[in-house]
Design a protein around this ligand. Structure first.
Ligand code: 13P
Length: 251
């Protein structure tokens, strides 16, 4: 399966700014994407359609949403459903990003609901998992990853298509800090996630993509992409400029 090079724009970019960055990506990446790579851009909801109109229509890149609510419609002020995301051109959605777990206080079982609901309503889902620095210092990395995987994948059917589910390992202490995890930390965590995926899904667990996220930059992307069980990256800060993200995508 192709490597997945994903940009999480978080709460950055108006529609106009998103269009400008998408157009720059179009210029920088047209005809230059390695054959074994897919690109995914995850803008704020308001810019989903604008990004899809340029990147999906003209480059064939996927676009995704940063969150969803696990209901089809209803009195859920401030929330957004899978069908709204899909109509805007979204193919993927994130669930369980550390900012949603730690800033918005989203509990593990709610993350699992979102993953199951998104999948059953036609979206490919990216489950984000990862430990805080205190959990790492306390030697709890595998416990946290196991809990995030068990709860986050609880509603994923055994016959899921491996392309429809992605796990992103994002150690909380490496997000937006410039402090990238050591290659040995990444290999260890991804190896553990792979083993858990194989236990849950059998041989198919080997085909499910595991992304690394946390201070990925043009100058460390090649090394990270070369590590065992790294099937792509989920990039925050360095994805906001077309120039640096295109360097990561082709690293
Ligand atoms: P940074 O690349 O800014 O560390 O963010 C990573 C992230 O949270 C992607 O989802």
């Amino acid at each position: 399966m192709n490597k997945l090079m994903a940009a999480n724009w978080k709460m950055h970019k108006t529609i106009k700014e998103a269009e400008a960055t998408a157009s720059e990506l179009l210029d920088l990446l047209s005809g230059k994407l390695p054959e074994d790579r897919d690109v995914l851009i995850i803008p704020p909801f308001t810019a989903l359609k604008a990004a899809a109109d340029i990147l999906l229509t003209r480059l064939g890149y996927s676009v995704g949403a940063q969150n969803l609510y696990p209901e089809e419609k209803g009195a859920f002020t401030g929330e957004i459903s899978p069908s709204m995301i899909k109509e805007a051109g979204g193919r993927f959605a994130l669930a369980g990003h550390s900012e949603r777990r730690h800033v918005m206080g989203e509990p593990d079982d709610f993350v699992g609901k979102k993953v199951g609901f998104g999948l059953s309503h036609g979206l490919a889902m990216i489950l984000c998992i990862g430990e805080t620095i205190d959990e790492r210092k306390a030697g709890e990395v595998e416990d946290v990853l196991k809990r995030h995987l068990d709860t986050g994948l609880a509603e994923v059917p055994a016959d899921v298509n491996a392309e429809e589910i992605v796990v992103a390992y994002e150690p909380v202490w490496a997000i937006g800090t410039g402090e990238v995890a050591k290659p040995s930390d990444i290999v260890e965590a991804h190896g553990f996630v792979r083993k858990e995926l194989e236990e849950k899904f059998g041989p198919k667990g080997n085909a499910i993509r595991i992304l690394y996220g946390g201070s990925v930059k043009p100058d460390n992307a090649t090394e990270i992409m070369g590590l065992d069980n790294v099937d792509g990256v989920l990039v925050g800060g360095a994805s906001l400029q077309a120039d640096s993200f295109s360097k990561i995508v082709t690293a």
